[in-house]
Design a protein around this ligand. Structure first.
Ligand SMILES: [Zn+2]
Length: 448
């Protein structure tokens, strides 16, 4: 095993990117604005709007997004596979009154070493006004979610020419406002492809920095992550009740990882982690992925502006309502895009997080065991007091081989009082930490 790891280290270590060479520095606020202007120009992108009108409605908007992915792919010799991922949704007695085509615009940048491992960045292209069933009024959806859609396109532009071990999938989802249909369709598709989903970065409302009353947070983005996993079954729930895990889902550890990544660039946008699945009483396209057991987080502005979401365009008592481009801050959207690009670049290079377990009952030390994911060259062992928010590095001489495909280390701590985890690294870049708790591994519960 040691020999094999040493071989991988020699063969696969890549030189770290020079700071000036990082794709995040190529993100353009002007291009983000042009994308949002293009999206707004379709009048409405309501899921129930026209599929066939060449200029107005969701059909024209998704066609444009597919064509834009095609144009981006043409700049890198066809490095993107562009496809619609679609289903016809049957009437559901709620927000889908008639059979409705829900079509996502998707681009795949295949990984060179582990193409089955995927990182997904997504926003939703559909929009709405005050009445969620109103498919004809102007619904610019500039911020919700033209901002996330533009972020995804811009991430594709700055990353497309690069080679990564893992696959990156760029997705503009439809049907979000009618019931998270596009996210569900993409999550089902990812499962049907047999993909190992390393992370889903869902960006929804990422383009304003001030609220209606003038309170601003231009340097903060919120990242939402679930606590207990959405795919818990009864036996896993019982195991977590005994051994812990309610604060150690893969999505929670993905959130910690993104926050740490932002801290490495203290002059740029920082993360306020929100340790719940979404905002109060609301949802987003990370949810269908969580239900399938895929790690997924939601990026949203630090402060929301409720006058300019889900509103008919109007002026009432001197207040302007509507999700228009005038309310957006493109320098802020560029900051959130840079953070996403840094995260995508690192996640596409990092191995999968290992699967970790600990033996610590009635003993003075703790025995940590973890799997060796494809591409892993080294590991970082992490520790947290049970009431600590962040991981710290555990000091150790190094992992010790204990059989095929597994490593282990003895930690001089009583396991009752700590949580342990392991990150897998390739060169300078490390995966999110996977916790040594029931349900801590990055994969659906059903598969284990
Ligand atoms: Zn939204």
């Amino acid at each position: 095993m040691i020999t094999r790891l040493a071989f991988f280290a020699a063969a696969l270590i890549a030189a770290p990117l020079a700071a000036e060479d990082h794709p995040a520095d190529k993100v353009s606020a002007e291009r983000l604005r042009a994308d949002v202007e293009a999206l707004v120009s379709f009048g409405t992108r309501h899921t129930l709007s026209s599929q066939t009108d060449p200029r107005r409605g969701i059909g024209a908007a998704v066609d444009w997004a597919l064509a834009e992915f095609g144009r981006i792919g043409a700049t890198c010799g066809g490095c993107l596979e562009v496809l619609p991922v679609a289903e016809v949704i049957a009437p559901d007695g709620r927000r889908i009154p008639a059979p409705t085509l829900v079509r996502n615009a998707v681009a795949i940048q295949r990984g060179s070493a582990r193409p089955n491992e995927v990182v997904i960045v997504q926003g939703h292209i559909d929009s709405r006004v005050s009445d969620v069933m109103d498919a004809t009024s102007d619904a610019p959806g500039a911020n919700d979610d033209g901002s996330g859609s533009a972020l995804v396109l811009e991430a594709a532009r700055v990353l497309a020419g690069r080679k990564y071990p893992s696959t990156i999938i760029y997705a503009l989802l439809s049907g979000e406002e009618q019931g998270l249909f596009g996210g569900r369709i993409l999550a089902d598709w990812a499962a049907a492809q047999g993909f190992t989903v390393k992370a889903v970065l869902n960006n929804d409302i990422v383009g304003n920095s001030c609220s209606g009353e003038g309170y601003c947070e231009p340097m903060i983005v919120r990242v939402f992550s679930e606590g207990p996993r959405a795919d818990l079954n009864d036996s896993l729930r019982a195991a977590q009740t005994r051994f812990g895990g309610e604060n150690d889902s893969p999505s929670r550890n993905l959130s910690r990882w993104v926050a740490e990544l932002a801290e490495q660039h203290p002059d740029d946008i920082q993360v306020r982690q929100i340790w719940r699945t979404d905002r109060m009483g609301r949802g987003g396209d990370q949810v269908p992925f969580l239900e399938r057991g895929f790690p997924a987080i939601r990026f949203t502005v630090g402060v929301e502006d409720y006058d300019h979401q889900h509103q008919d365009i109007r002026v009432e008592n001197g207040v302007t309502y509507g999700d228009t481009i005038e309310e957006m801050d493109f320098a802020y959207l560029a900051r959130v895009t840079r953070l996403n690009v840094r995260a995508l670049d690192a996640l596409a290079r990092a191995p999968m997080p290992p699967s970790v377990r600990v033996e610590a009952a009635v003993r003075r030390d703790s025995l940590l065991r973890w799997s060796v994911p494809d591409g892993a060259q080294s590991f970082r062992i992490k520790v947290r007091a049970t009431d600590a928010a962040k991981w710290s590095d555990e000091t150790l001489a190094g992992g010790q081989t204990v059989g095929d495909g597994e490593q282990a280390a003895v930690i001089a701590r009583r396991g009752d009082d700590y949580l342990f985890g392991v990150a897998a690294c390739a060169g300078e870049v490390c995966s999110p930490v996977a916790s040594a708790v029931p349900g801590g591994a990055f994969g659906p519960v059903q598969q284990r």
